[in-house]
Design a protein. Structure first.
Length: 343
C-alpha cells in the first residue's frame, strides 16, 4: 500500500476535466488498496463529502467563463499548497490530475520540487516547455519532428499569407482546445484572437491541416496504441472531447503498420525533445500529402471516462487501474521509494 494524495481541481478553464479524471483515479487507486486523500488546489483538502460533491465523472459542455475563472484564481491556495500536511506524509507521492497553465505549466511542479514532494509526471522544465506551444514547436523542429507552420500574434500580412487560410487561432499556453477558433477569412482573425486572449496574452496562429487526426499515449519509454479521432465538429474541440457521443475514437487506428510505426516514432521523439517523463499523450494530424505532423504534447493528459490516454493504453492490454499504478510506480522508482514498475 502507498499513501497517495491526488492533487486536482485548480483554477483553470479545465477544472471540471480535472475533477472528472480525479474521480476515476481515486476510485482505481483505492480499489488497489492504496490510502488516498484528495486536495483541490483552490479549496484545500477534501473530505469524503466534498469528494462526492466535486469529483463528478461528467464534464460541462463548455469551459468556465472569465468571471468564474477570476473568482477561482482569487481563491487559489498558491504557494501555501506546499505547506499542507497532506503532502508531507512519509513515503507518499502526489498524483497530479490537473490541467491548464496553473496545473501543468511548470509552476506547480517547481513548488513541489522545492517542498521535496514526490509527484507523478514531468518536472518543471518539461512541463513549461510543453505548455508553451511556440517553444514546443521550435523544439519539435530541432528534433526532426514535423509540425504545422505557425506565427505568433501580432503577425504581419506577409506571415499570415504564408500560413494561408483557414488558420487555427489558439492560446499559446492552454489545453483542451480552450479558446481555439478556426479563422476562415481575414475578417475572422481578430475576433478569434480576442477569444484566445481571454485565456492567454500569447496567441498562436497555426496552419490548418486538412487530414485525419491521430493521438498516441506514451508510458515510460513505450509508445502505446495509435488512435484515430473523428469528431462531430470540424475540429476536436472542447465539447467533442468531453461530451459522450460527440466524437468517434478508434483504438487501434485503422491504418497500415508503416504509418502506425511512424506516428509512434514521432511521439517518442516529441516526448524526449521536451524532456518529459513518466507519461504523456501526443497529438498528430496528417497534412495534404498524408504525412503526420505533431500538433502538441499533453504532459498531464486527461483521465476522464472519455479520455484518450486510457483508451490508448487499453488497446495494448493496460487497463485503467494498471495505468494509474504504473504512473505511481514510475514516480516511486524515480524517488527511490520502490521498484514496482509493471506490477
Amino acid at each position: 500500500m502507498t499513501r497517495i494524495v491526488v492533487l486536482t481541481g485548480g483554477s483553470t478553464a479545465e477544472r471540471d476535466v480535472a475533477f472528472a479524471g480525479a474521480a476515476q483515479v481515486v476510485a482505481a487507486l483505492r480499489q488497489r488498496g492504496h490510502e488516498v486523500s484528495v486536495v483541490d488546489t483552490v479549496r484545500g483538502s477534501l473530505t469524503r463529502a466534498d469528494e462526492s460533491r466535486y469529483l463528478l465523472p461528467a464534464v460541462s459542455r463548455t469551459p468556465p467563463g472569465a468571471a468564474e475563472l477570476a473568482a477561482l484564481r482569487s481563491s487559489d491556495i498558491g504557494p501555501a499548497l506546499a505547506q499542507l500536511p497532506a503532502l508531507h506524509e512519509a513515503d507518499q507521492i502526489a498524483f497530479l490530475v490537473l490541467h491548464g497553465r496553473q496545473g501543468e505549466g511548470g509552476s506547480l511542479q517547481a513548488l513541489l520540487d522545492l517542498a521535496g514532494v514526490t509527484y507523478t509526471g514531468s518536472d518543471m522544465v518539461g512541463s513549461a516547455l510543453a505548455m508553451d506551444k511556440d517553444l514546443a514547436k521550435r523544439l519539435f523542429r530541432a528534433a526532426g519532428v514535423p509540425t504545422p507552420d505557425w506565427a505568433m500574434w501580432p503577425a504581419d500580412q506577409r506571415a499570415i499569407e504564408a500560413l494561408g487560410l483557414p488558420l487555427i487561432v489558439k492560446p499559446s499556453r492552454e489545453g483542451s482546445t480552450v479558446g481555439l477558433t478556426v479563422a476562415r477569412t481575414r475578417r475572422d482573425l481578430e475576433p478569434a484572437v480576442r477569444v484566445a486572449q481571454q485565456y492567454d496574452d500569447q496567441v498562436v496562429l497555426e496552419a490548418f491541416l486538412p487530414g485525419r487526426e491521430f493521438t498516441v499515449g506514451v508510458l515510460g519509454d513505450r509508445a502505446l496504441a495509435v488512435g484515430e479521432i473523428i469528431p462531430k465538429h470540424e475540429i476536436f474541440d472542447y465539447e467533442c472531447k468531453y461530451t459522450p457521443g460527440m466524437s468517434q475514437e478508434i483504438f487501434p487506428a485503422r491504418i497500415d503498420s508503416a504509418l502506425t510505426a511512424r506516428i509512434q516514432e514521432l511521439a517518442l521523439a516529441a516526448h524526449h525533445a521536451l524532456k518529459l517523463r513518466d507519461f504523456s499523450r501526443v497529438d498528430f494530424r496528417l497534412d495534404a500529402g498524408g504525412a503526420p505532423q505533431c500538433l502538441e504534447v499533453n504532459t498531464l493528459p486527461g483521465l476522464t471516462r472519455t479520455s484518450l490516454l486510457p483508451q490508448s493504453a487499453a488497446a495494448v492490454g493496460i487497463d485503467f487501474g494498471t495505468l494509474c499504478q504504473t504512473v505511481c510506480d514510475l514516480a516511486l522508482r524515480r524517488a527511490g521509494l520502490g521498484n514496482k514498475v509493471g506490477a
